[in-house]
Write a protein that binds this ligand. Sequence first.
Ligand SMILES: Nc1nc(=O)c2c([nH]1)NC[C@@H]1CN(c3ccc(C(=O)N[C@@H](CCC(=O)O)C(=O)O)cc3)CN21
Ligand SMILES: O=c1ccn([C@H]2C[C@H](O)[C@@H](COP(=O)(O)O)O2)c(=O)[nH]1
Length: 277
Amino acid sequence: MRAYLDLLQDVLDNGYDKNDRTGTGARSVFGRQIRYDLAQGFPLLTTKKLHFKSIAHELLWFISGDTNIRYLRENGVSIWNEWATEDGELGPVYGSQWRNWTCPDGSHVDQLDRLVHGLKTNPDSRRHIFSGWNVADLPDEQLKPWENAAAGKMALPPCHVLYQFYVAGGRLSASLYIRSNDLFLGNPYNTASLALLTHMLAQQCDYTPGDIILSIGDAHLYSNHLEQARLQLTRTPGPLPQLKILRKPDSLFEYRFEDFEIEGYEPQPHIPAAIAI
Ligand SMILES: Nc1nc(=O)c2c([nH]1)NC[C@@H]1CN(c3ccc(C(=O)N[C@@H](CCC(=O)O)C(=O)O)cc3)CN21
Ligand SMILES: O=c1ccn([C@H]2C[C@H](O)[C@@H](COP(=O)(O)O)O2)c(=O)[nH]1
């Protein structure tokens, strides 16, 4: 996880202080990349305690195609509460685009189903991609997230926008473009989520999990996360935990939270930080 800490230092040292949509202010750099080899362990941050439960439930919720936070709430996950309508709606965010992209003729595309089929039947393809960036559903910038959701638009435009997969030597690798990344709160979630998805796809398609690569556009530390980032930089990363998947479900769409076990996770204490809304 050294590369993550180096990126925090890079932003502290070289970032520009900019205003941002949330009014919090952020220090940012543009265009950075971090790579993890999943053979080295599961990339769950060890320099502060992370809530794997939130990360896994959020990914299962995306994969199910759901865009209402009811499922998350029922499972004790509150990370999307601030953006939803009173009824829990977020509009056509990730799950909707991944599973149910609407075409001009009114038909729908299940991008994840196509991805799995492609990875199994045509591993050498250079087109193993799915994307959440559906221009027709982007929010109206003048409205609040929940107002957009109530109007049938996305509450927030996707941050983890474009996923690409690559098969070589029996290894499945994943590359993710993140247009905007809250390095203190969002990035550790995005990293572990991409790793978990890659493990699931590798299991389904009979490959070994390979590398994951996160390419970040606007990489920022919010002004009220700078002290927390400096505290984290005083800590030394520990050994990475291992992910065990306890059974092989019949499809990507049949995983349950109980199928995942994280072994050997011995993080340093949690560092609280306020989320910018
Ligand atoms: N400003 C901002 N940063 C984000 O990372 C982010 C958004 N907004 N909006 C949409 C989603 C929601 N995500 C979130 C939201 C909250 C936490 C958060 O507060 N994490 C706490 C623990 C909370 C918990 O797991 O219950 C942490 O310390 O990691 C993390 C990611 C990622 N995304
Ligand atoms: O998966 C995610 C989702 C969101 N974020 C962060 C990145 C930004 O700090 C905000 C989104 O604000 P925009 O003004 O739309 O860029 O959420 C993240 O890091 N990871």
